[in-house]
Design a protein around this ligand. Structure first.
Ligand code: SF4
Length: 443
């Protein structure tokens, strides 16, 4: 048992829709005892023959996972979309990974933070029961996870940006001010996210040796209050021009979101994985050429990015449906301490927040793509849900940290404000991508 306080992320609601999407999409990693139990059992009465556990070599260890069918869905997923383990033996018999989804836990200092994955259709649509009404169940899950050693302790110091690191408490003080801004319902989302981006830029530039000692807390609050007021008075505005590397980075992020790996790849061999990587490379090139296609999760078909920009209804981020979806998503990620998760693959607090803010324009583009895919004339709540699912699924698991490419990404993402320049391009308010930064404005 961890004995830690359990803090709940804000903006999360969930009630299982029994859609089976998670069973079609995610690999189910088992604990050693679960693997033993599932391997020892005779499943033939359910019509399931052959091995139900597959072992894969990962990070120098053999990791057991539930076997999957050819289409990538779990072997226990029935034709009617229900789980055969659950139906025949009850929920408690399912692996912990299945029972946990879509809940997610982040390690804190003296607390564990519970949140929810927006890749789940219920969480993304914002329907169901708020986390506060599920506290008891979440406590049980948290204890079970701790007993299995799945919640890894948080590092003592987190890299904030190049050659600058802070303790989790210090990073938490920044995130709390971000959450306060996001929760200010007197303003529309575009103003709030602009204030957040400006605030984070100031924190990065200030390079305080500590964020909790001496005058730093007062300075942080001063930054937050200052940008809040200046954004409200129209003194601070979002950038409209971006240097070429930022445009290339943004195109890459669209390509990542469009080329999600299929579930069948989880069990695929070396050759199939190699072919997929080659396909990703070709798809990436098509995006740079401006001809890529996107298919938000839950959408009936893929649509060309060019068509989305020309033909899809405009996305107004200040409209109530958009504002509600965006606020829930960003508030949940910040208060859910997404960057404390052991599975989050991008080290560096500022780059991680830069990636989060770039999801804002991408969500608008994906919502428009979802609307176009269903031939809609107005963006709906479900279009935004499809966009949130796509963003969370893509950016919660991007292996951006590897090698030279990782260093380039981290550096470009540290410019948190640059992502806001793509909002008009994605929302459909202007015809062209943001202008290239001129020498005069760059200096
Ligand atoms: S065991 Fe059941 S709940 Fe878990 S992935 Fe398979 S079908 Fe879904």
């Amino acid at each position: 048992m961890s004995g830690k306080r359990l803090t709940l992320a804000r903006g999360i609601r969930f009630r299982c829709r029994q859609c089976g999407d998670c069973c079609r999409s995610f690999p189910v990693t088992l604990s050693p005892s679960e693997a033993e139990r599932y391997e020892a059992r005779d499943w033939s009465a359910l019509g399931i023959l052959g091995p139900v556990v597959r072992w894969r070599r990962e990070g120098g260890a053999n990791v057991p996972r539930l076997a999957r069918k050819r289409d990538g869905s779990c072997r226990f997923l029935a034709e009617d979309g229900l789980c055969e383990v659950h139906r025949n033996f009850g929920e408690a018999e399912k692996p912990l990974a299945c029972r946990l989804y879509p809940y997610v836990f982040s390690a804190g200092e003296a607390q564990t933070v519970a949140s929810g994955h927006f890749s789940c259709s219920s969480v993304a649509a914002g329907d169901g029961v708020p986390l506060t009404s599920q506290r008891k169940q979440l406590h049980v899950f948290e204890q079970e996870r701790s007993a299995q050693g799945v919640i890894l302790p948080l590092a003592e110091r987190l890299e904030f940006t190049t050659n600058l690191s802070y303790t989790p408490v210090e990073v938490g003080s920044v995130l709390d001010l971000v959450a306060k801004e996001l929760e200010d319902s007197s303003r529309a989302f575009p103003e709030r996210i602009l204030a957040v981006a400006k605030f984070l830029s100031l924190v990065g530039e200030s390079r305080f040796p500590s964020l909790v000692a001496k005058s730093a807390p007062k300075a942080l609050k001063g930054f937050a209050d200052g940008v809040h007021e200046k954004v409200g008075r129209g003194i601070l505005v979002a950038p409209t021009a971006t240097p070429l590397p930022q445009r290339l980075l943004f195109r890459s992020l669209i390509a990542f979101a469009a080329r999600r790996d299929p579930a069948s790849l989880h069990d695929a061999g070396f050759v199939v994985r190699g072919m997929r990587r080659l396909g990703n490379l070709i798809a990436g090139i098509t995006f740079f050429a401006g001809t890529g296609r996107v298919q938000p999760i839950g959408s009936p078909r893929a649509v060309a990015v060019g068509d989305v920009r020309r033909r899809a209804p405009i996305a107004d981020p200040a409209a109530p449906i958009a504002d509600g979806a965006l606020t829930r998503y960003f508030l949940a990620q910040i208060t859910g301490r997404f960057l404390y998760r052991s599975t989050f693959s991008l080290s560096g607090v500022l780059p991680a927040l830069g990636l989060l803010i770039r999801q804002y324009p991408l969500i608008l583009l994906m919502a428009r793509a979802a609307c176009l895919a269903r031939e809609g004339t107005e963006l709906s709540r479900e279009d935004y849900a499809a966009a949130l699912r796509t963003a969370d699924w893509t950016f919660g698991r991007l292996p951006l940290d590897r090698g030279i490419r990782g260093a380039v990404f981290r550096s470009a993402l540290s410019d948190v404000e640059a992502g806001l320049a793509f909002v008009p391009w994605c929302a459909g308010e202007v015809a062209e991508q943001p202008k290239l930064e001129s020498k005069a404005s760059a200096s």
